[in-house]
Design a protein around this ligand. Structure first.
Ligand SMILES: C[S@@+](CC[C@H](N)C(=O)[O-])C[C@H]1O[C@@H](n2cnc3c(N)ncnc32)[C@H](O)[C@@H]1O
Length: 326
């Protein structure tokens, strides 16, 4: 798995041990040009290391942020915009507290050595927003797709950024509805890079407010009250049986899945990747899709830049170029 920081990424950054905004630095700023202290300040500025925001519990320099951005991009494909510095601070500060690291530089050194921490680092920085039947038109399109399968065979679906499970369970409910059966001929692989959300997905227990958009018919048919009496609901075992959960990093050179798939749901994850990364993933999807298979993308994701690989059939659904579908 591509989860080892490279030596380039794990280098010690110059000046990372200096606490910006400290008394010594303030006195440096009034030093005469050309003096030793002035030269040190100039060097510090050149290294691009800005002061941590005042009042922060942990020192977090621009260089630390850049390093985190680089690690996340290289290992998960995620591009963090420069405006996400505060978000990164707040998400990782908790880890620094737990690990007892006084600075981000020290935490980053820990990360170089501790594979377990590496997983927590990635989990902390993913964005997992999702909901049941999000972008509901896709589930109508999928229903038609499933009903058009005339042969007796297993229909395969890959949900490749499944987050906390709402999406794959929505797929499973759609399959049960389409076949009017709790045991439809459908297999769903649900994967994500984030092991925390996968664990939640596998549990399949949701607070009542997460189920608000679920019609009462679906709720009573596919969920049961969860133990605890707080109104949470648990998905029925029959739904869970249709899904196998596994950790897959879309950036990994090998994906432990076996196609061909009738449908790949890859929604609201490509937005975090740059175009070359998206293109590389789409290129690997094509041979995993059946000739008449469909790739479902998120509402703000356009794959027009991969027109040599996939053709749009509207409503952010794509097919292979050799697909018979229009
Ligand atoms: C915003 S959620 C989208 C969830 C769901 N697909 C939806 O549309 O509601 C994005 C998910 O992509 C996952 N993700 C981010 N980078 C990934 C990668 N390199 N490989 C696999 N999953 C990734 C995140 O962990 C997160 O759960």
């Amino acid at each position: 798995m591509a989860f080892t920081p490279s030596s380039r990424d794990s280098r010690n950054l110059p000046g990372s041990g200096v606490r910006p905004g400290s008394g010594s630095l303030q006195s440096r700023s009034s030093a005469a040009p050309g003096t030793g202290i002035h030269a040190a300040v100039t060097e510090f500025m050149k290294a691009g290391i800005a002061a941590s925001a005042p009042g922060r519990e942990f020192e977090f320099t621009d260089a630390d942020f850049e390093r985190i951005r680089g690690l996340l991009h290289k290992n998960a494909g995620i591009v963090l915009s420069p405006s996400k510095q505060d978000m990164v601070y707040s998400r990782l500060a908790r880890r620094l507290r737990t690990c007892g690291d006084p600075t981000f530089a020290q935490y980053l050194r820990r990360l170089e050595q501790d594979r377990g921490e590496w997983e927590i680092f990635i989990n902390s920085l993913t964005t997992n927003l999702t909901s049941f039947f999000r972008e509901s038109h896709h589930f109508e399109i999928l229903t038609n797709q499933l009903r058009q399968v005339k042969e007796k065979r297993t229909i395969k679906i890959w949900c490749c950024a499944s987050s906390t499970g709402e999406e794959p369970y929505s797929l499973a409910i759609t399959a049960c509805d389409a076949f009017s059966s709790m045991t439809p001929p459908v297999e769903i692989v649900a994967s994500d890079i984030d092991t925390d959300v996968l664990a939640q997905a596998e549990k399949g227990i949701y607070r009542r407010d997460r189920l608000d958009r679920m019609g009462s018919k679906h709720l009573s048919q596919y969920f049961i009250p969860a133990p605890g009496g707080d109104g949470s609901c648990s998905v029925r075992t029959e739904l869970r049986r249709l899904i196998s959960f596994r950790r897959i990093n879309l950036l990994s050179p090998a994906w432990p899945v076996q196609g061909p798939f009738d449908a790949i749901f890859c929604r609201n994850v490509m937005i975090y990747f740059d175009r070359p990364t998206q293109y590389g993933i789409l290129k690997r999807f094509v041979p995993l899709l059946r000739k008449d298979g469909q790739l479902y993308a998120g509402h703000s994701e356009s794959f027009m830049h991969a027109a040599d690989l996939l053709r749009s059939i509207g409503r952010t659904v794509y097919v292979r170029l050799d697909s018979p579908l229009r």
